[in-house]
Design a protein around this ligand. Structure first.
Ligand code: 9Z3
Length: 312
C-alpha cells in the first residue's frame, strides 16, 4: 500500500533551503500575476531515493532533463513565465546547448600572460549569439525562476510550495510535469543513519510505494489550473491504457505518453476524449527540429481553449 501523501509530509523533513525557495516562489508568482501573465510550472529530471540518511547510495530515476529544459524555452517563446523545478545538475534551458566540452571548444585563448583575452571562435558566434540573446532577454525580464531538487522528498515539498503560489493564477497556470518521479522509496524512519557496510552481508532493502501527488495536486492544490502529466513506459502495449487510467483517476486535462527509446521522436497525447500521436520524421530530426516545439505548441493551444472555456 502507498502511504498517504499527508503521512509522507508528516514523516519527511523539508530540504534545508526550503524557506528560501518558498520566498522566491512567492515573490516570483506575485510579481507576474499582477501583470496578468500566463505561467508554466515545468518539472524536469529524475528524483533520487536515498538508502542511507548520510547518503552514499541512492536509487535514481532515469531522466537527463532534456524534455523539461527544451520545453521551458518554448514556453518562454510563447510568452509564458516559467518556474523550472529541476533536478540539480540536470539539463537547464539555454545552457543545455553547451554541456560537456562544447562550451570550452567554442572559445579561443589569446596572448597568454598578463594581457590574456578570451574570444568566441568566429564560427561559433552564429550559434551562441541567438541563444545568448534569448537567455539575456529572459534573465533581464526576470521571466524564469530556477528551483532545484535531488530527492523525491525535496521534490514533494517544493512541488506543493509551488502549487500554493500558483493557485492564485487559476486557469492561467499550466503544470507540465515532465520530471521522472520515483514510484518506490524507503521511508525515512526505516533508513540506516550511516553508510551500509558490505561486511554486514547482503542488505535487505524493502521499497514502499510513493504516494501519488497528482491526486491532491489536481483536486486540492491547483483545482483550476491546466495540469499536464507525462507517462513513461518501456512496453508500448501499456502506454495508452496507463495514460488513460491516470486521466480517469486524477481527472486532469492531458497525459503525454512516451516510450523510453523513442521519446525524442514520438509522443502520444491522451485527453479525456481522444488520443493522437506527435511524430518527428528522420529528416526533421536531422534538420534539428525538436519534438518539444510541437508538444508545447499543442499544449499552449489546448491551454488557450481551456482558459476560454473557463470564462463562460
Ligand atoms: C517523462 O515521461 C519524460 O518525458 C522523460 C524525459 C523522463 C521520459 P529526458 O529528461 O526524458 O528528456 O531524458 N516524464 C514522466 C515520467 C514519470 O515519472 N511519470 C509519472 C508516471 O509515469 C507520473 S507524473 O507515473
Amino acid at each position: 500500500m502507498a502511504s498517504h501523501w499527508e503521512e509522507f509530509y508528516a514523516t519527511h523533513l523539508p530540504p534545508s533551503d526550503f524557506e528560501d525557495n518558498r520566498t522566491l516562489l512567492k515573490e516570483f508568482c506575485d510579481r507576474h500575476n499582477k501583470c496578468g501573465q500566463r505561467i508554466a510550472l515545468i518539472t524536469s529530471g529524475g528524483t533520487t531515493v536515498p538508502l542511507e540518511h548520510n547518503t552514499v547510495r541512492f536509487v535514481d530515476n532515469f531522466s537527463a532533463g532534456t524534455r523539461g529544459a527544451i520545453s521551458a524555452e518554448y514556453f518562454l517563446e510563447h510568452g509564458y513565465v516559467v518556474i523550472f523545478l529541476h533536478r540539480l545538475k540536470s539539463l537547464e534551458p539555454f545552457t543545455r546547448y553547451f554541456s560537456g566540452q562544447k562550451f570550452m571548444d567554442m572559445l579561443e585563448l589569446h596572448d597568454r600572460g598578463p594581457n590574456t583575452t578570451i574570444t568566441v571562435k568566429p564560427d561559433s558566434v552564429d550559434v551562441l549569439a541567438p541563444i545568448l540573446a534569448s537567455y539575456k532577454a529572459v534573465q533581464e525580464g526576470g521571466r524564469i525562476l530556477y528551483v532545484n531538487f535531488t530527492t523525491v522528498s525535496d521534490y514533494f515539498w517544493l512541488l506543493r510550495a509551488a502549487c500554493e503560489c500558483l493557485a492564485a493564477y487559476g486557469p492561467k497556470a499550466v503544470l507540465y510535469l515532465a520530471a521522472a518521479v520515483s514510484d518506490f522509496y524507503v521511508p525515512s524512519n526505516q533508513l540506516p543513519t550511516h553508510k551500509m557496510q558490505s561486511g554486514a552481508g547482503v542488505p535487505n532493502i524493502q521499497l514502499q510505494l510513493v504516494p501519488k501527488l497528482l491526486a491532491p495536486l489536481v483536486s486540492l492544490w491547483v483545482p483550476h489550473a491546466f495540469v499536464v502529466s507525462f507517462k513513461l513506459e518501456t512496453d508500448e502495449t501499456l502506454l495508452i491504457s496507463k495514460a488513460r487510467d491516470s486521466l480517469n483517476k486524477y481527472k486532469h486535462k492531458l497525459v503525454i505518453g512516451n516510450i523510453l527509446q523513442t521519446r525524442r521522436s514520438k509522443v502520444v497525447f491522451v485527453t479525456p476524449d481522444n488520443s493522437y500521436e506527435v511524430v518527428l520524421s528522420r529528416e526533421q530530426m536531422l534538420n534539428g527540429m525538436e519534438i518539444e516545439d510541437t508538444i508545447v505548441s499543442n499544449v499552449v493551444l489546448s491551454h488557450t481553449d481551456f482558459i476560454q472555456s473557463q470564462k463562460y
